[in-house]
Each structure stands twice: as structure tokens, then as C-alpha cells.
Design a protein around this ligand. Structure first.
Ligand SMILES: Cc1cc2nc3c(=O)[nH]c(=O)nc-3n(C[C@H](O)[C@H](O)[C@H](O)COP(=O)(O)O)c2cc1C
Length: 350
């Protein structure tokens, strides 16, 4: 039998610890976001559908994306116990410099579409976290502005070799001059991917006002306010004449790029050079033989193609089930740093 008593005012008072309300709505939203899934929910609510789907979607049936997620879900930790872990050092040395965590911010094209602050926010966040920031050739902020946003940290430049080679070479020279220390020579986009969500949404660059975009805009006024009151949303290094992302990529990228182009870039780039978007061990070994400084092994950025090699790339994050792929990968890793670009944006809540 529970013994009851009248509540004592002093004890009730002690329980009352009302927090001061957070008046800044942005800070309130971010404080309440505990996981990347929560951030995705906020993005979905606040960003027009076409912009959200450009960021969240991938090619064709999005099978590669689902497999990439599975590879991360399959990762297991086997921690040792009874070690003094009061001070944990997560830092690594990568491409001749330090990073406070074993990852950096990957390059994304058209970043200011996702958020007005775009690459500047990314570069500043990287600076605060002590990790590298990568600027895409399809970025919406210039090389020089990124350098200004992250003057003391590490900036990396992601290069697409374009039909007009002089544009790519000029970007490489500007990145070197601005003190970027690593170049990601990217090889996964000889042609654009079939991004069906973009097609269905009629997504174009720059975004166009149509009846459906306007009706989709009504519940998302702040995105449009930012869009219309900040500098024009455009590529910092390319000019777009309109059309889908696919149209733009097909017009700009060169499907004839070969190992000779890699060699040409190597001759003008003074820093570390990694190849991003390698999809199989045979190519990876060939690149290691050529002496590149790093390999970003990928199941292909899933935005480009579907049904890419899952086993080999999955091993870079600890997924995949093939022991031979694990063995080959560790042999390769002993020769050259192999990282992952595994295209696993979140979908479900844990
Ligand atoms: C919206 C979006 C845009 C991207 N744009 C580029 C790009 O311009 N250049 C590039 O090399 N990779 C680009 N990527 C690929 C990422 O750099 C990265 O390789 C890929 O997302 C896999 O990493 P993750 O596993 O962290 O998602 C893009 C990815 C996303 C989701």
C-alpha cells in the first residue's frame, strides 16, 4: 500500500526549473536537432522540394544509395574495455596535414541552393571543427572567398576536368595561389547521371519560377526571402545557360578525359593530389603505381550512376561481406591512403 501525503510547497518549488526560452528561432531549431535525421527533417520542411530532392536524391532507382546506407548500418564496433579513455584523440594526419577527425567536408555542387550561407558556412564549420573543407568545381562560392572564410584551416579543391581544359587549369592555379593544399581530381562524371527526382520536379539551374515552384514556395517563405535578397545563385566557376543539372554537366564535362589529363594536372598542381570517384581495385592499383597521394574509393557518387560496385567500396567503411575485397583493400591501403565517398545520406530515424 502506497502512503500518500499532501505535496509540500517547498519540495514542489525545488522541482520547478523552467529553462529560459530560446528566442532565436534558428538556434531553437538547431538545439532541438539531435541527429542528422533531425536536420534532414528541418531541411525538408524549410527547403523547396526541388532543392531538397537535388540534395537528397540520387540516380535512377536510387539502389546504390540504399546499398550505401546499408553498408554504414552494417558497421560494427568491437570496443575493448577497462582502458583509460578519459582523453580520446580522434585526430589523424592526412595528405601531409592534420585533421581533428578522420573525415572532412566533402565537395558539393550548388551548395547555396541548399542554404544561403552555402560554402562559407561549410568552410567556417570546418575551421571550427579543425577538419578540411572541400570546395567543388560546381561550387557557388569562389576559391578566394572560401580561403577568406577558412584562412587558417585546410581547404581542398575538387576538380572536374572540363571540355575547355583552360578553365580547369585556371582553377587549379587559383586554388594553389589561395593556399589550398590538396586537389581531388574527380573521375566519376564522364556523363551526367539520370537523376529522376530532378526531372520530375522540373529542376533547373538557375531555379525557375513556375506554377508548381510558386505553390511549393508558399509554405517556405524564408528560403525564397533568402534566395531573392542575397547575391544571385550561380556557379562561381562555370556559367549556366539554364537546363537541368544533367544538361549542365553534359555540356561542361569531358567524356574523353584519360590518365594523360591526370598527368597534365599533376605537372601544374604543387600540393597533394588524390583521385576521387575510383570504383574498382584494378584502377586503384594502377593509380597507386602512378604515385598519386590518395584514392577516394567510391560506389560512385550515387547521384551519377546506379548499381555501382558495393562490395569493394563498402569495405572502405566496414560494410560489404566479401573477405577477398577486404584483403585486397587492406593491401592497397598499405601503399596509399584510401578513403571513402560512399553516398549514404540518411533516410530513417534510428
Ligand atoms: C548534393 C550533392 C552534391 C554533390 N556535388 C559534388 C560535386 O560537385 N563534386 C564532387 O566531386 N562530389 C559531389 N558530391 C559527392 C560528395 O562529394 C561525396 O562524394 C558523396 O556524397 C559521398 O559521400 P557521403 O558518403 O558522405 O555522402 C555531391 C553529393 C551530394 C549529396
Amino acid at each position: 500500500m502506497v502512503r500518500r501525503q499532501l505535496p509540500k510547497p517547498g519540495e514542489v518549488f525545488e522541482l520547478m526549473r523552467f529553462k529560459k526560452p530560446e528566442l532565436n528561432a534558428k538556434r531553437r531549431r538547431l538545439n532541438a536537432a539531435l541527429t542528422i535525421h533531425d536536420l534532414r527533417d528541418i531541411a525538408r520542411r524549410r527547403t523547396p522540394k526541388a532543392a531538397f530532392d537535388y540534395t537528397d536524391g540520387s540516380a535512377e532507382g536510387e539502389l546504390s544509395l540504399a546499398r550505401a546506407r546499408r553498408a554504414f548500418e552494417d558497421v560494427e564496433f568491437h570496443p575493448y574495455v577497462l582502458r583509460n579513455v578519459a582523453d580520446v584523440d580522434t585526430s589523424i594526419t592526412v595528405f601531409g596535414g592534420a585533421s581533428a577527425l578522420p573525415f572532412g567536408i566533402a565537395p558539393t555542387g550548388f551548395t547555396r541552393l541548399m542554404h544561403t550561407d552555402g560554402e562559407i558556412a561549410g568552410a567556417q564549420a570546418a575551421a571550427a571543427a579543425g577538419i578540411p573543407f572541400s570546395l567543388s568545381t560546381l561550387g557557388t562560392t569562389s576559391i578566394e572567398d572560401v580561403q577568406e572564410a577558412n584562412p587558417l584551416g585546410r581547404n581542398w579543391f575538387q576538380l572536374y576536368v572540363m571540355r575547355h581544359r583552360e578553365i580547369s587549369h585556371d582553377l587549379v592555379e587559383r586554388a594553389a595561389k589561395a593556399g589550398f593544399d590538396t586537389l581531388f581530381f574527380t573521375v566519376d562524371t564522364p556523363v551526367a547521371g539520370a537523376r529522376l527526382r530532378d526531372n520530375r520536379n522540373g529542376f533547373s539551374i538557375p531555379p525557375q519560377l513556375t506554377l508548381s515552384t510558386v505553390s511549393n514556395a508558399i509554405p517556405r517563405p524564408w528560403w525564397w526571402f533568402d534566395f531573392l535578397t542575397t547575391p544571385k545563385l550561380e556557379f562561381a566557376s562555370l556559367s549556366s545557360t539554364g537546363g537541368t543539372v544533367g544538361d549542365l554537366l553534359d555540356a561542361a564535362m569531358d567524356p574523353t578525359v584519360t590518365f594523360e589529363d591526370l598527368d597534365a594536372i599533376r605537372r601544374i598542381w604543387p600540393g597533394k593530389l588524390a583521385v576521387k570517384g575510383v570504383q574498382n581495385l584494378e584502377d586503384a592499383r594502377k593509380l597507386a603505381d602512378l604515385g598519386v597521394d590518395g584514392i577516394v574509393l567510391s560506389n560512385q557518387d550515387p547521384g551519377r550512376t546506379d548499381r555501382a560496385d558495393y562490395e569493394t567500396a563498402g569495405r572502405t567503411v566496414g560494410g560489404g561481406t566479401d573477405p577477398e575485397a577486404r584483403h585486397q583493400l587492406s593491401r592497397l591501403h598499405a601503399r596509399v591512403p584510401v578513403g571513402s565517398a560512399f553516398g549514404a545520406r540518411p533516410e530513417r530515424r534510428p
